[in-house]
Design a protein around this ligand. Structure first.
Ligand code: TYD
Length: 382
């Protein structure tokens, strides 16, 4: 088969597609990953063939203006925020669809793979009359985001004689059953295989025994650069770098060099990792504090590391609640979060072994799920 992976505009949404793309390639299928220009490096470094679907694009900008370029205010309340996000993802699809249509004309895919809110994938599938496969990435994908996306795309769908986006041939679900059971419908649980970007020149300490508990602190690729719709991430990160060593732990800060260049002074007990892949760092960590990003949450779960999530964007708020309910972590909502509140959540986890046990149980559950290679065999049978 010729399989077009239509990817979005952030590392968080591109990296989790890499294992299924690899598995499809390893099974002998032709795979092409189409993404906006700012994701070219991420795809190429993953060893996958890349084609440009659009110029560089960032979600905060897409969210902030409507189709006519008029400003869209950001709502405050959760249900309204989810609708706002759904409409934003739909406008992102509209930025990508022309480029994807041209790629499809030249390359003629048989199948499309897209993440749940990558609406350009199903829209293109509908235009071409071919099936698409959805990969879920959040622990739960709020359906109101998809509904609002379809509402925003109503004019395009109407032109195709449709009232909704086409259903996927198969939905891949990365959430372990201990956090959320199957949703019903054409869903297939799949093992999350952590891939967090290129690992080059790992420093020795990554694989050496630690003499103190180690805490990984990361706010992902967008939040510390204020490239998230909600600002203030860099300042909270800096406060945490100063406060968390008081727990008696070594703090490893996972940020890009672009971010670490802005740190004024490094407190004692803090190591700046310089965007090392989390799957290399986390096996040597006792706890992770993060911003609720999908890739970070899943990587910590797959590696059995307890989490303090400080969820920033509303699309992961429900996932954060599920994580807390699983007993593998705590949450401190980003809006209103203080370094003291996060410190207390960390202290509670480090002082209570059940968090590590629950995280270990979920790691085993994830390891027992069908691998991407197993899922490719199922796709071939459909
Ligand atoms: P994600 O957690 O979804 O958050 P966001 O989209 O807000 O960035 O994705 C971030 C990905 O980048 C995730 O796979 C982890 C990886 N990452 C590292 O592995 N090391 C790092 O130092 C940073 C900053 C990110």
């Amino acid at each position: 088969m010729r399989i077009l992976v239509t990817a979005s505009c952030s590392e968080g949404l591109v990296l989790p597609l890499v294992p299924i793309a690899w598995a499809l390639r390893s099974a002998g299928h032709e795979v092409l990953v189409a993404a906006p220009e700012n994701m070219a490096k991420v795809v190429v470094e993953a060893g996958l063939p890349y084609v440009r679907s659009a110029a560089a694009v960032e979600m905060p900008e897409v969210l902030s203006v409507d189709r006519d370029g008029e400003p869209v205010p950001m709502p405050r309340e959760e249900a309204a925020l989810l609708r706002h996000i759904g409409r934003g993802y739909a406008r992102l699809a509209l930025r990508l669809i022309d480029g994807l249509r041209d790629i499809a004309k030249r390359w003629r895919p048989d199948l499309i793979v897209s993440e749940t809110y990558g609406f350009a994938g199903p829209l293109l599938a509908a235009e071409l009359g071919i099936p698409w496969i959805e990969q879920g990435m959040r622990l739960v994908s709020p359906p109101s985001i998809s509904q609002s996306g379809a509402d925003e795309l109503a004019p395009e769908l109407k032109e195709l004689g449709l009232s909704d986006l086409p259903s996927p041939l198969l939905s891949l679900d990365l959430c372990p059953p201990g956090i959320r059971g199957a949703d019903g419908g054409p869903a297939q649980k799949m093992r999350f295989v952590p891939y967090n970007g290129r690992a080059s020149g790992l420093p020795d300490w990554v694989h050496e025994r630690r003499d103190k508990p180690r805490l990984c602190l990361t706010f992902g690729t967008r939040v510390p650069l204020n490239r998230s719709p909600i600002k203030g991430g860099f300042s909270l990160l800096e406060q945490l770098m100063h406060r968390l060593p008081e727990l008696g732990v070594e703090v490893v800060v996972a940020v890009s060099d672009e971010v670490s260049g802005n740190f004024t002074k490094l407190p004692g007990g803090v190591r700046v990792a310089g965007q090392l892949p989390l799957n290399q760092i986390l096996p040597g960590c006792d706890l992770i504090v993060h911003h609720g990003g999908v890739g970070t949450t899943l990587t910590a779960l797959a590696l059995g590391v307890p989490q303090v999530t400080v969820p920033v964007i509303a699309e992961v708020w429900e996932s954060a609640r599920l994580l807390v309910a699983s007993g593998a972590g705590r949450q401190v909502p980003f809006i209103g979060a203080t370094a003291d509140g996060i410190f207390d959540a960390c202290a509670a986890i480090l002082g209570e072994p059940s968090y590590r046990r629950n995280a270990g149980r979920l790691r085993e559950e994830i390891a027992a799920l069908p691998s991407p290679a197993d899922v490719v065999r199922r796709i071939e049978e459909l």
